[in-house]
Design a protein around this ligand. Sequence first.
Ligand SMILES: N[C@@H](CCC(=O)N[C@@H](CS)C(=O)NCC(=O)O)C(=O)O
Length: 326
Amino acid sequence: MIELYKLHWSHYVEKVRWALDFKRLPWSGIDIVAFTKKEMQRFDCPQTVPLIHDTATGVAISDSSPIIRYLDETYPGRPLFPIDPAERDQVWQWMLRLDSTLGLYARRLGYTQVIMECPQTLAQLFMPDVCGGLFTRRGWRRLAAPVLGMMLTLRFHFHRNRQDGVYEALEALLRPIAKELQQHNYLVGGQFTAADITLASLLRPLRIVPYFSHHPELQSLFVWQERLFREHGRDATFPYEDAIRAQRQRRGTMRGLVRWMKSGSDEPGGQPPDALQVAKNDIHPVNRWSLVLGLPAYLKLRWFSGVHWMPNVAPIYMVNPCEQKL
Ligand SMILES: N[C@@H](CCC(=O)N[C@@H](CS)C(=O)NCC(=O)O)C(=O)O
């Protein structure tokens, strides 16, 4: 039995859940409290989620890509890596590269979108059971939202999205991948691998970021993702997606106009990326004093982010997926 320590809406967790399901391994999920992570403290490995504990071997391991590699090596049935060593290496490099770029940027922009449009959702994600669910009730939700929003903003630097060029870096990363997936069904070697699980899972938060979900050149990527979700029986939506869509329908608007970005510009060239050994992360420590700094950062994000309101329209890949089979 594999114990999976998780935050259920995390895209890194979904990556591991998908691998476990694909390999048909028995597993049980343990929801952790994000602020203390006390459930996982007994394990001597970096305290990020996902973390798995294999009760058959005693191994505890965190970091989604090493977890999947461990599962594939320990339980070789229904492999997620090709046999060919060069292709195996390609899959591994895709995973580490996507973990270190797409995963981090999509998390930043997904939470940014939630904070800009419906911050009350944060209480439902992070505090469903605190004080018997008090903070998920109407008025209390509104109180909890700015505090959670400030903590998250400082932890992941959402207020620096523009300075850090997050939209630009992500667009430059995804455009060539979208083109590639118009020609091929999978990222490596014509077969479904852990690289595809990584891409499709880590793209999840971008489904609520209109700059990307509505980007004309990225529709094929979301069509590809939807196809994999259907074929592999993955959840069509996550709770934060449902919450933000409902809010947009009520308001008739969404925040999708990124003032300084011009989509459709030339693709930047660039050197091939260096081979990676481990995935990078961007979690910054937060203490109670840094919360003082959190207020201006949070206010900047909510009201002066440079991302403006626009009419709420569905992305093309949802309205007419067939048009995207170019
Ligand atoms: N590279 C890691 C990233 C994991 C990660 O950053 N997980 C986040 C949740 S999405 C986490 O542990 N957050 C806890 C925290 O911020 O303390 C992986 O692939 O598993």
